[in-house]
Design a protein around this ligand. Structure first.
Ligand code: FRU
Length: 505
């Protein structure tokens, strides 16, 4: 959270939406975006009585950061969202990021008529004192309305950089655990509680891995190790507000153990930062609480933006969208423990008009791919042949172009958006790269495109690259080519993606 953001917020009360020169052509078809106004981090992710709740940092009054409140949407399948009224409004404090739990044994005493309450813990930011402290709100009506607990925070250390509490139930210790950042110290603090109101400090973690002006939005969860059903590890994800791998804000993670009080790095974990995503536009990732055990998935979602230019992206009437909800799993790789991500399987229910092609030969002359439009899933199995580079180009009618490609000789995946639409911010035109493992000359890519967003999943989800792109106008044309040699797309599978009802496209 930059100070600039606060100043902008105060100045913006009477600023009209700036609609000049921008329109909703970039509105996603199947990723979540509010109908209008500004959105940043996902908050309070919670599953309860058949509904996935998605709360988020929201400005009800404008399309830039300010008046921070918790916006709210619900879904039964993580894909088709219904936007609901603001859940936690700005009051004497702005409602910054946080989390929510089902207080299943009514430890807080907020329950009503024998039903457990939903309890949210969020950072209240006082614009006068600049203090950030942790507040509680609860709901007795399936998250529809929220009451703040008292006037005061439940956890206040008189800090101006103490935020983003992620709370969960730690069953072995029968207690609530909170991970929260001491942002400018690049530390995570861990607190525990029996009733969600009184918190005691248990430990600290950090600095470690990648450091920056601020660490933000931590999450901590346990995952089984793929293929080793009796083994598990804990993943601590931490966001950096700047200087991450994509150039601006981004998500790193650590793998280790957690004993209910302290997170310790796995002995195999190195000093180098490990990134959850290699693009510029995956931030503030947070995972759902209380997904039923029989489902068993760990699912997270990120804000598809980068703080460097988030307030300038040329979309209107909403500014801000979410990534796909993604399952997160843990794998032992040759580099050590790594997470793998995949779009939740529910995304597949949006597919229609499947087209496929086999053995598409690529050389210097671009060939047309059998895909149309900007709401698409694409799966490619590429035999890299003799080519130095294999590229898929998305070109609009004004000649703006976004390139997705691989450079087999250096095991590199890239997205080049140096010419992706009219200029709106210096930090936007760039090329982002990620390491991939090309084995026996074969690379498999799964690509989700949604009007202004590209999510690339490579190496079976071990590597993802998420980037926004923009366009100048007209239909997108999809072509592919190989440079300095030839290659073959052994298979191309593409689907058009249906629009979610909240995103009429
Ligand atoms: C991260 C963040 C959080 C803060 C929120 C304010 O993007 O800066 O640290 O709680 O946004 O909107």
């Amino acid at each position: 959270m930059k100070v600039v953001r606060c100043v902008a917020a105060l100045a913006l009360v009477a600023t009209p939406s700036f609609a000049q020169g921008v329109s909703d052509v970039h509105r996603p078809h199947y990723h979540y975006a509010p109908a209008e106004n500004w959105m940043n981090d996902p908050n309070g992710l919670l599953y309860y009585e058949g509904e996935y709740h998605l709360f988020y940092q929201y400005n009800p009054y404008g399309d830039r950061w300010g008046h921070m409140s918790w916006g709210h949407a619900v879904s039964r399948d993580l894909i088709r969202w219904q936007e609901l009224p603001v859940a936690i409004p700005e009051a004497d404090v702005m409602a910054f990021s946080g989390s929510a739990v089902l207080d299943w044994n009514d430890s807080s005493g907020f329950g009503k008529n024998g039903k457990p309450p939903l309890v949210a813990l969020y950072t209240g930011y006082n614009p006068v004192t600049k203090i950030q402290a942790q507040y509680v709100a609860y709901s007795n009506d399936r998250g529809r309305t929220w009451n703040r607990y008292g006037d005061k925070p439940v956890l206040d250390i008189s800090s101006t950089a103490f935020r983003d509490p992620k709370v969960f139930w730690y069953a072995p210790g029968k207690r609530w655990v909170m991970v929260v950042v001491l942002a400018t110290e690049n530390k995570v603090a861990i607190y525990t509680s029996g009733d969600l109101k009184q918190w005691s400090k248990a430990s600290e973690f950090g600095p470690a891995g990648a450091r920056s002006r601020s660490w933000e939005c931590p999450d901590l969860f346990e995952l089984p190790v793929e293929g080793h059903p009796d083994e598990s590890r804990w993943v601590l994800s931490i966001d950096l507000d700047q200087d991450a791998i994509g150039g601006g804000s981004g998500v790193q993670y650590f793998v280790g153990n957690f004993d209910g009080a302290r997170f310790t790095l796995d002995p195999s974990w190195g000093q180098q930062p490990v990134w959850a995503d290699y693009g510029a536009d995956f931030y503030a990732a947070a995972s759902w609480n209380d997904i039923p055990q029989q489902d068993g998935r760990r699912i997270w979602i990120g804000w598809a933006n980068d703080w460097r230019y988030a307030q300038a992206v040329p979309t209107w009437p909403s500014r801000g969208l979410m990534s796909s909800p993604r399952t997160v799993t843990l794998r032992k790789t040759t580099e050590g423990y790594r997470i793998a991500q995949a779009p939740v399987k529910e995304v597949e229910t949006l597919r229609h008009d499947h087209v496929s092609a086999k053995d598409v030969r690529l050389a210097a002359n671009p060939v047309n791919l059998p895909i149309k439009g900007g709401a698409v899933e694409l799966q490619l199995d590429i035999d890299t042949g003799t080519a130095d580079q294999i590229v898929v180009a998305l070109t609009d009618e004004k000649g703006f172009q976004t390139l997705i490609g691989i450079n087999p000789s250096i095991d590199e995946l890239f997205l080049d958006r140096t010419r992706s639409g009219p200029a709106f911010h210096d930090a936007f035109p760039d090329r982002h790269t990620a390491p991939i493992k090309i084995q026996n000359g074969r690379a498999k890519l799964r690509i989700l495109v949604d009007e202004s967003l590209v999510e690339i999943y490579a190496d079976d989800g071990e590597t993802t690259l998420t980037d926004r792109f923009f366009r100048g106008g007209g239909q997108l044309r999809w072509t592919a080519q190989a440079r300095n040699g030839s290659a073959i797309m052994r298979s191309v599978d593409a689907w058009q993606m249906k629009a979610s009802p909240n995103n009429p496209g």
